[in-house]
Design a protein around this ligand. Structure first.
Ligand code: PRP
Ligand code: ZN
Ligand code: MG
Length: 226
């Protein structure tokens, strides 16, 4: 009765844009997570499911490396990870189990409030702090713009104030983070939604049975909320 064969393992964002909606969706599907958010691994008591709480940026890799069966992640993080892993020669396989009806956000360029803006060409030669260098580079190369990426996996929004960068490229959902940091959104480079992804390999039959039970519930709950 090996847990890795019999319990469906799902990675979700530990804290951030997707966390509340994901937990709400699970709750409405009868997936009861009892442990608090600081537990990395939460056993669901009423179903053979384990929830792994991690940084959203780690989720696609965990699925592609077959460490977890399912993951809930933004399309932006998924696409960035694929580009990065192709360069690194790492596996990029996954299956899209379903699109989710939350987590809408955009990857945008933002600059200090007081700075002038005429268009993306203003970014020529600038230092831009981001967690998504590949998506940013794809967009700016299309326009022939060169920039210096400053890689930060968190707190990107403080980079201009800290003197680390001239601009940032980060996810914007409500805009509260930008506003709190004296930044204004000037261009959108990618639109994203949350997706449920799974490993690119058949599941053990016990796990497939859990998936078959959960998928219609997830769809039903989302349809009811539309
Ligand atoms: C993103 C982004 C901002 C926040 C923006 O973080 O980096 O912190 O969401 O949302 P808002 O416009 O509603 O303020 P994410 O959820 O990816 O968490 P992370 O930065 O810890 O990875
Ligand atoms: Zn993130
Ligand atoms: Mg953030």
């Amino acid at each position: 009765n090996d847990a890795s064969r019999s319990r469906l393992r799902i990675a979700i964002q530990k804290s951030g844009r997707l966390t509340d909606d994901t937990e709400k969706l699970f709750k409405n599907c009868g997936i009861k997570i009892n442990e608090s958010r600081d537990h990395l691994l939460a056993h669901v008591e009423n179903l053979p499911i384990d929830i792994l709480r991690v940084r959203d940026d780690d989720i696609p890799g965990l699925v592609m490396d077959h460490v977890v069966d399912w993951g809930i992640v933004g399309q932006n993080v998924l696409e960035e990870t694929m580009m990065q892993r192709k360069v690194d020669g790492m596996p990029t396989g996954f299956r899209e189990v379903m699109k989710l009806n939350y987590g809408d956000c955009r990857l945008s360029v933002a600059i200090p409030q007081e700075k002038e803006w005429h268009g993306l060409a203003d970014l020529e030669g600038c230092k831009i702090a981001t967690t998504y260098p590949f998506l940013l580079k794809r967009k700016l190369s299309e326009q022939g713009i060169n920039f210096k990426p400053v890689l930060l996996t968190g707190s990107v929004e403080v980079a201009p104030r800290a003197g680390l960068a001239d601009a940032i490229c980060d996810l914007v959902c409500t805009g509260a983070t930008l506003q709190a940091n004296g930044l204004r959104e000037v261009d959108t480079i990618y639109e994203s939604k949350a997706v449920l992804i799974g490993r690119d390999q058949d599941l053990f039959p016990e796990k497939q049975a859990i998936a078959d039970l959960i998928i219609p519930r997830l769809k039903g709950v989302m349809a009811a909320r539309e």
